[in-house]
Design a protein around this ligand. Sequence first.
Ligand SMILES: Cc1cc2nc3c(=O)[nH]c(=O)nc-3n(C[C@H](O)[C@H](O)[C@H](O)COP(=O)(O)O)c2cc1C
Length: 214
Amino acid sequence: MIDSKLADLRHEYSRSKLSASSVDRDPFVQFGKWMDEALASELPEPTAMVLATASADGRPTSRVVLLKGFDSNGFVFFTNYNSRKGRQLAENPNAALHFFWPELERQVNISGNVERVSDEESDEYFASRPYKSRIGAWASHQSEPLASRAELVKRAAALMLKHPTGHVPRPPHWGGYRVRPERFEFWQGRESRLHDRICYDLTNGKWKISRLSP
Ligand SMILES: Cc1cc2nc3c(=O)[nH]c(=O)nc-3n(C[C@H](O)[C@H](O)[C@H](O)COP(=O)(O)O)c2cc1C
């Protein structure tokens, strides 16, 4: 059933354009340019990305996580290794990341395989988090059923009594993942749905650039 209240919503895209000759040869550099523009535009959550994972039998799930760093080795985010996403990544280490920056009329898709970051990297980032976020990482058994909010708050309060000085060790089940891209797609909205899509595929260690139909 088509709901015209939804179906009649249409936005014309006209801010910018993209071509195989205008993008950087290196997709990480190109991503860095777009991320810098997203940061400069003061979007509400420029580093928020949808992370898609799947079980071994191919059932997909997705959720938003925050990008905490990227370089030519990959894209890093942090989470609970026992969460639903963590369990899926343990049985199927492939993932996709999706950034949507509507104010810039842009999206970026990145897919590849995933590995855990080193304990040192996780320790370093965990130590930089605010005290209550570090407590929260212990208090939340992420993705597990919770009888009530009160139970979670009680657990957090008990942990604050246990760690009153501010030193909170990193939980062994909490840390980072790195998505190592095999494919990037940069999408720039254009007039009349004739959008620009520029794709990078990793082939024999080299990035091959192509244009896709919108
Ligand atoms: C803006 C935003 C940022 C988030 N950032 C993170 C994050 O960096 N790490 C994380 O584990 N969950 C983050 N979450 C919560 C996840 O979306 C998700 O609810 C949680 O990780 C459990 O997902 P799962 O049960 O599929 O494993 C964020 C949610 C939002 C809306």
